[in-house]
Design a protein around this ligand. Sequence first.
Ligand code: NDP
Length: 502
Amino acid sequence: MSKEKLTTTQGAPVDNDLSSITAGQHGPTLLQDIHLVDKLAHFDRERIPERVVHAKGAGAHGYFEVTHDLTKFTRAKFLSKVGKKTDVFARFSTVGGEKGSADSERDPRGFAVKFYTEEGIYDFVGNNTPVFFIRDAMKFPDFIHTQKRNPANNLKDPDMFWDFLSLTPESIHQVTVLFSDRGTPFGYRNINGYSGHTYMWYNKKREYFWIKIHFKTDQNIKTLTREEAAKLAGSDPDHSTRDLYYNIKDGNYPSWTVSVQIMSPEDAKKYRFDPFDITKVWPHGDYPLQPLGKMVLNRNPDNYFADTEQAAFSPGNFVPGIGPSPDKMLQGRLFSYHDTHRHRLGTNYHLLPINASKSPVHSNERDGAMRSDANGGGVYHYWPNSFGGPNPDPDLALPKVDIAGMAARHEYKLGDVDFVQAGELYCKVMTKTDREHLVANLVAHLKGAKKQLQLRQTALFYKADADYGKKVAEGLKLNLDKVKQLAAMSQAERVKATTLKS
Ligand code: NDP
């Protein structure tokens, strides 16, 4: 028997935790049983809103250590010295599935890392894929709707899925990664993490650079076949969570080697791809990976909800030396992440221990629900102020970036260039086995969609690479001449030629 006394949430000792107070043996329960009422009321509120994306996840604590000096590119203090260590908390997740969904589902994997630096929180909020399906935040809610469930029957819907993707051809690169076996990783220890977005780094002289960050797994990439993933979804739907937890518990700490690609602003102006388009990578041959550090995860949370569920990451959490780029997907995320956390956790979510800065916070933001710190005490909470309030530091201003143009809804024009990297991945990077699995995975999923959608999407694979399109067409038993004709059309003509009959 524990010596600790059970108490109410208010700290008062509890006499009995098994029987409600009732009027007589069988009588109705009395409202005066405050312990019962409190217990039920709190239970009723145990669930907080599920994350609309990345609902199912697993997390762990660890550290990041600088192994290489890149201080000429960034003034970030946590990167200022080789050997410097910073505490981190990492959370991995699937994207579309609900909180109880299987870890082995085909999906990108979220790869988020919170750095508790001496200059506040810096969050890396990436994925295990270096690219994304869309490149404008305007499309994000629609895209996610298509990956979730049919509004009428609450089932996953291959028609919604492939309709949106085939109407959004810039997704072809990410679709190719997703339907390779990298879309069903063995577990979270065996994935890479990519910033995807381009970010800004700047040094003390306010010279700036565009960068992309890569976390490469030291455990090697390990993937599941479609059949293995389906089997695991039934036999152990929490496999990735279990794999991460027990490896850390057993002292087998996973680690990642962190590198950066760096592009000068001058190069960015004339580069052959838009360097801010998240549907494209920067080829290693053009921008080699420059080593920066190592991340090690060595401690499981004591409590899943306290840390992993309440962890709130935002690509807008920067520290001096790191800033945003004009990437239109990133620009939307800069708003959306903080906003979703305010909805899910409340306006003071930054005070929760897992999210709180470990360096001093002197902000003038006050009040709000669940304010759990001293709320700034009696210090005047405005600026400018003559009473010794905290000062902004102009030396920390972001470098000036020259931006000019018309304020308008500027469309990205789809071009042949949008198919190049998907084609290169298929024909130059993938092995024969990778290609066979990719095609089989695509066929297994696409065959659930309407014929017109199969044709429209397969034409896009054909545009990326003729063999790729041909193999998918064969798998789906589509007329290859028809696929070729569709591939030769503009997107508008292709959509018209594959209009669904209602
Ligand atoms: P490289 O030959 O230099 O690099 C290819 C990279 O592809 C590898 O380093 C590896 O990245 C990744 N890769 C290997 N096998 C697979 C696979 N089966 N599925 C997905 N990715 C795989 O070529 P480039 O840099 O010129 O890029 C060519 C293509 O490689 C790109 O179009 C892109 O699709 C893909 N790629 C490129 C990345 C980049 O940042 N340049 C990153 C990842 C993929 P890693 O070691 O990071 O796993």
